[in-house]
Design a binder for this molecule. Structure first.
Ligand SMILES: *[C@@H]1O[C@H](CO)[C@@H](O)[C@H](O)[C@H]1NC(C)=O
Ligand SMILES: *[C@@H]1O[C@H](CO)[C@@H](O)[C@H](O)[C@H]1NC(C)=O
Ligand SMILES: *[C@@H]1O[C@H](CO)[C@@H](O)[C@H](O)[C@H]1NC(C)=O
Length: 307
């Protein structure tokens, strides 16, 4: 559940085509069949990606077309191959300082109507936050744990089953901002389903054991930070960082004003003085998803354990 990250001031200007999971507005049966996700940021007719105001344009998504490496001996079995082409082949490319799936937001670290104003986003050491700043951070996380994500939804079935048993009930669910952060991590590392009764293939992991490890996790945290900025209406909100070396073998952020102390009654649990003792885990039944060929949904499961 660690929302903290190592690193210093980080301003990243990444090209966002279709990030994380999919915009709710795009996953209608018609939207999926068109394989195009180019909504208008102002819900206007004939305004894909805010083109009428110069925000962006709808383009073909290009993905690496080279053959898979020897570590992945399949082709066409996993929805994540050449992401996101299985679902969408056209998406928004935003101009200038605009960003987001519909070019309706600003790039990280910018604000204003034309996204022309810089906003400093300062990543501070969590141990140096004041009591009030700690409270605000913990409360913001708790709000993110409960607030439904305003724009994105998660797929709960693989693409071959995405239109549902009746071929018109698309298999997507709402999820909270924080749970989407958890889900995205789960989805990126989940196994490849090869068919009923067969072992799922665990030989690929899209965010670890490769050169993308560091950048993927940075981007993942930036997504959460962006969502929390929008949720709070504060474009300067920053996740703090945790220098885990300082505490040595002691968990120095495991206090009730930060990530929660260990419960004195249940040594696996989090102290009831911490808001995190009320949190419930998502994406826990990984073996079940792998066996059934389903995908984690937004159901909450066991309490969070203390580290
Ligand atoms: C983008 O933002 C920067 C920083 O404020 C600004 O200098 C620049 O003019 C902006 N670019 C556009 C195209 O608005
Ligand atoms: C599902 O619906 C689409 C669009 O109406 C149709 O083209 C397709 O053949 C249907 N598939 C099945 C398996 O019925
Ligand atoms: C998901 O959230 C949207 C937007 O808040 C809402 O319109 C929709 O009814 C929700 N869907 C479900 C299944 O709860």
């Amino acid at each position: 559940m660690w929302p903290l990250c190592g690193g210093m001031l980080l301003l990243m200007h990444a090209l966002v085509l279709v990030s994380a999971q999919f915009p709710r507005v795009c996953v209608t049966p018609e939207g999926l069949r068109s394989a195009q996700c180019c909504p208008s940021p102002f819900a206007l007719e004939n305004d894909p990606c805010g083109a009428s105001t110069g925000r962006g344009q709808c383009v073909d998504v290009s993905a690496d077309a080279r053959a898979h490496g020897p570590q992945y001996p399949y082709d066409g079995r996993d929805d994540r191959e050449r992401w996101p082409l299985r679902f969408f082949t056209r998406a928004c490319r935003c101009n200038g300082n605009f960003s987001g799936f519909d070019c309706g937001r600003c790039r990280h670290g910018l604000t204003g109507d034309a996204c022309e104003l810089r906003v400093p986003v300062v990543r501070r050491n969590v141990m140096q936050l004041s009591a009030e700043e700690r409270r605000a951070f913990v409360n913001a996380l708790d709000q993110a744990k409960r607030a439904p994500h305003p724009d994105l939804v998660i797929a709960t079935r693989r693409y071959p089953e995405i239109f549902g048993p009746d071929n018109s009930t698309v298999q997507f669910e709402n999820i909270s901002i924080y749970n989407l952060f958890v889900w995205s991590h789960y989805y990126s590392v989940s196994k490849t389903f090869l068919g009923p009764g067969q072992d799922s293939f665990g030989g690929v992991d899209f965010s670890h054991e490769g050169p993308g490890f560091v950048t993927w996790h940075r981007y993942h945290l930036l997504q959460l930070e962006r969502d929390m900025q929008d949720m709070l209406g504060d474009p300067s909100f920053a996740l703090p960082y945790w220098n885990f070396a300082i505490g040595g073998s002691v968990c120095d952020v495991c206090t009730d004003d930060l990530m929660g102390a260990r419960s004195t009654f249940d040594t696996n649990g989090i102290s009831s003085n911490s808001i995190f003792s009320l949190w419930r885990v998502v994406c826990e039944s990984v073996e079940e998803y792998d066996t059934l060929g389903t995908i984690c949904n937004s159901e909450i499961q066991s309490p969070v354990l203390s580290p």
